[in-house]
Design a protein. Structure first.
Ligand code: BG6
Length: 809
């Protein structure tokens, strides 16, 4: 240990202030008790207060009793205090610095060496400049030269309050000190567990290779404090939680967790690697700040001394971000920190991805593995994993490898960390201090959030002291199980590759899903193989290519509705091409799915089946242990392609929840669970009934407009109707598009309107239920009768169907 025999003088500016009392003196005591003081060591207290040596001693003893807690033996304390001396003076007074210089020189001459000098600034940043200037006036900023006799500066965060002020501070520092003399403190870098992560990663070969987006699903970094702002009102109110701990501690935790293996043990290569990671934090836009950040203040905060009335300062924040660094890309990173939380907990949690194939997942609940690095309440590392429960059954249970570093009986805030800080500064270990590149990257990330918050882009929520907010942006945390399912569920089989089915298959495949596809027409299947879809050409082959439990989506014609002559049963899926085999045949036919599928497999009918058929199918399949969901989708093929369409599902709720990740992957919208079996197709049927009525009203209105004595341009009328009027809608937009595309006379359009059955089913169902539905009924009858009496109204309807559904015009 080099420092032991290196004569050193520590000068504390602001030695009688709060900061010194809270952090410095107790941690020096700790260092002393650990036998870590250099043999020749002197602590010089520099402060305004005019104290005698005896008064200074009293102050130090009182501080130790208050903060240190442990009984202090007088003999030890006297030995400890022997190293101290006190110098009263103001920072502005050059003379004081001359005296300081003489005192330091006196100690040096008694030791007969040019000693190491460490200057710790326990003062507000506004005093830095004058201190540096006056130190320089007596050349204390300069090292003696050679190996001994260095001069180092220890400074505290905040390093500025934004990028601009940080740059100014940096230029001030560098005009008086060389970079190797500056030690910027983030005491989190001295937390045992954080220092341990480096070893955990780089000294073991167990995890490092998988320390990336192939293995990690999400990262959570939390800093919950049960303490409040207390007596720091005026300081805290000017910074808020994000600047106080987010800009430094949380991001530094991330940097330590995510940095690359340094090319050597030199401080610079470690610091550069941390900075390199921080520089890849995703840049913010107003939109992402709005959607991915959250801020709140605890109730009663405004009554704290020093806090401005109606203060907008955050005492809690949460944010979601990402590292655009190759190995971390795509992993969501959630950070949150707050005062007066329900508990004191500080930790990093890595949630791991599920294995691609997880046969045991069906045996029981199976949350992803987690690695927890916990700093508080105790220093520990926990790895949660799954094991077979001992016994005859194949049951899983969650177990934990827990590594307990040490238990903190009573935490003395900062003490251990600051003792290590002084030790490292004296040893010259700069790796654990912050480099200018890191400071710049940290502010670059924080500035856009703060300035968007200043403009109130994200409103300030309130929370009850003693509670931890659960903002929606962190919600994935609560729905870990859904997320699990999503990771686990990355395979689907689709039968029916018409417009809708093909678009679904392409979308999922592009998202990295394994999609097995089959169509009645082999050519269609073949074509889609080019999009990465795994083609199958018979039902047995299709089933064989899927892993269990299989999830199969049907996008094929429903069986013909009771009396519909025109229906293709499910024309949206098959529009523009001949219909393939209908649902019943695919499920219950000679070579049907029901014969080959196994218990636990799931069939989803995503077409437009009649709800009573779905109920019948569900019951029949249920008897075989095969799950069945009836799902209506609406939005048209283009919306499917874009992943923006409505999904209404019926069937067993647990199964719906289990396969919900499929819906989430298919569409950016929120799918809806409608109720027991049949409810999905029932809602879709009514949706289409309503669609009939709405389209009819639109078509009739425009037919009147056409005949009106004003020579209207129908396209322009549609356009103006679509400018935030009451009837602004997708339908009106599509009509405008139709007029643009086909001309206002709609010459090409057929006056005879096709229909697919759901209007008729709605009418029948309404009658069965005794509910009058004259508008839907007449819209439906209009289409039936249009065969014999085509009209301009019919042309409009055909045009709309062509535009949104890709049907024949
Ligand atoms: C400081 C913040 O940097 O860190 C405090 O200014 C916060 O507000 C403290 O309480 C948390 O540090 P620790 O070591 O108690 O986790």
């Amino acid at each position: 240990m080099i420092i032991k025999n290196s004569p050193t003088i520590l000068t504390i500016f602001g030695a009688t202030g709060d900061l010194a009392a809270k952090k410095i003196i107790p941690s020096l005591w700790h260092l002393f008790r650990q036998g870590r003081f250099p043999d020749r060591f002197s602590v010089m207290g520099f402060s305004r207060r005019n104290l005698s040596r005896e008064e200074f001693k009293k102050f130090i003893r009182k501080t130790l009793i208050k903060r240190g807690g442990a009984a202090i033996k007088e003999r030890d304390f006297s030995r400890f205090f022997e190293t101290f001396s006190y110098h009263a003076g103001t920072f502005e007074d050059k003379k004081s610095f001359r005296i300081l210089f003489e005192k330091i020189a006196g100690a040096e001459s008694s030791w007969g060496v040019c000693a190491n000098k460490l200057f710790y600034l326990a003062v507000p940043p506004s005093s830095y400049e004058i201190i540096f200037k006056n130190l320089a006036s007596v050349k204390l900023n300069l090292p003696c030269g050679g190996n001994l006799g260095w001069s180092r500066l220890l400074i505290e965060k905040p390093f500025g309050k934004d990028s601009e002020s940080a740059r100014k501070l940096q230029s001030l520092l560098s005009s008086y000190f060389k970079e190797e003399q500056i030690y910027r403190i983030d005491h989190y870098l001295f937390k045992e567990i954080l220092q341990g992560i480096e070893n955990f990663r780089f000294s073991n070969n167990l995890f490092e290779n998988a320390w990336d987006n192939t293995m990690i699903e999400r990262i959570d970094i939390r800093l919950y404090e049960s303490i409040g702002v207390e007596e720091r009102g005026s300081f805290y109110d000017a910074v808020g939680a994000l600047r106080d701990v987010g800009q430094n501690h949380l991001l530094i935790m991330l940097a330590v967790l995510a940095m690359e293996y340094p090319k050597n043990k030199e401080a610079d290569s470690i610091r550069q690697n941390r900075a390199k990671i921080l520089e890849t934090l995703a840049p913010w836009t107003t939109e992402t700040v709005r959607n991915n950040t959250y801020r709140a203040q605890y109730r009663g905060y405004e009554n704290i001394k020093g806090v401005r009335p109606a203060s907008n300062t955050d005492t809690y924040f949460a944010l979601k971000t990402e590292l655009r660094y190759p190995r971390w890309k795509g992993i969501p990173i959630f950070m949150e920190a707050g005062k007066r939380m329900a508990e004191a907990r500080k930790e990093i949690v890595l949630t791991l991805k599920h294995p691609a194939i997880c046969h045991l997942c069906e045996v029981g609940p199976h949350e992803p593995n987690k690695i927890v690095f916990r700093l508080e309440p105790n220093d520990e590392i926990i790895i949660y994993f799954w094991m077979k429960k001992p016994g005859f059954e194949q049951t899983l249970e969650r177990r934990a490898f827990s590594f307990f570093l040490y238990e903190k009986k009573e935490k003395a805030q900062y003490v251990e960390e600051y003792a290590k800080i002084f030790n490292a500064a004296m040893e010259g270990n700069r790796a654990f201090f912050i480099a200018p590149g890191e400071v710049a990257a940290l502010w670059k990330f924080i500035d856009p959030i703060e300035s968007a918050w200043d403009k109130n882009t994200v409103s300030l929520a309130k929370y009850k002291p003693g509670t931890t907010p659960r903002p929606a942006i962190l919600q994935n945390t609560q729905s870990v199980r859904d997320k699990n399912a999503e990771t686990r569920m990355s395979e689907i089989g689709i039968i029916g590759l018409g417009k809708m089915g093909a678009n679904l298959a392409i979308r999922l495949s592009a998202k990295g899903w394994r999609v097995v596809g089959m169509d009645h027409f082999p050519d269609t299947t073949k074509k889609l193989e080019k999009n990465g879809i795994i083609g199958a050409y018979s039902i047995p082959e299709f089933v064989k290519k899927l892993s269990t439990p299989r999830v199969i989506w049907l996008m094929v014609p429903a069986s013909a509705p009771p009396s519909s002559k025109t229906s293709d049963g499910q024309s949206k899926a098959t529009a523009g091409r001949p219909a393939g085999k209908p649902v019943d045949e695919i499920i219950f036919g000679k070579e049907g799915l029901a014969r080959i599928l196994k218990k636990g497999d799931i069939i989803i009918d995503g077409g437009n089946s009649f709800y009573k058929d779905s109920v019948r199918r569900g019951i029949k399949l249920g008897a075989k242990g095969i799950h069945f969901l009836d799902v209506g989708v609406s939005g048209g093929p283009t919306s499917i392609q874009l992943g923006k369409f409505a999904i209404m599902a019926g069937g067993n709720k647990k199964i719906y929840e289990k396969i919900k990740p499929i819906f989430d992957a298919m569409s950016d919208t929120t799918s809806g669970y409608m109720g027991k079996i049949g409810a999905g197709h029932f809602t879709k049927m009514i949706h289409n009934g309503i669609e009939y009525g709405m389209m009819q009203a639109l078509a009739e209105g425009f037919s009147v407009l056409k005949k009106a004595p004003f020579e209207f341009h129908l396209k322009d009328v549609a356009s103006v109707y679509n400018q935030n009027s009451i009837i602004t809608s997708r339908l009106t937009g599509w009509l405008e598009e139709g007029f643009k595309k086909y001309g206002e006379d709609l010459k090409k359009a057929s006056g005879v309107v096709a229909q697919t059955g759901e209007g008729e089913w709605t009418v029948k169902t309404a009658k069965e239920l005794g509910v009058p539905a004259p508008i839907i009924k007449r819209s439906y009858l209009f289409r039936v009768r249009s065969k014999k009496s085509p009209s301009f109204t019919g042309k409009i309807l055909s045009t709309l169907r062509a535009v949104f559904g890709g049907h024949k015009i």
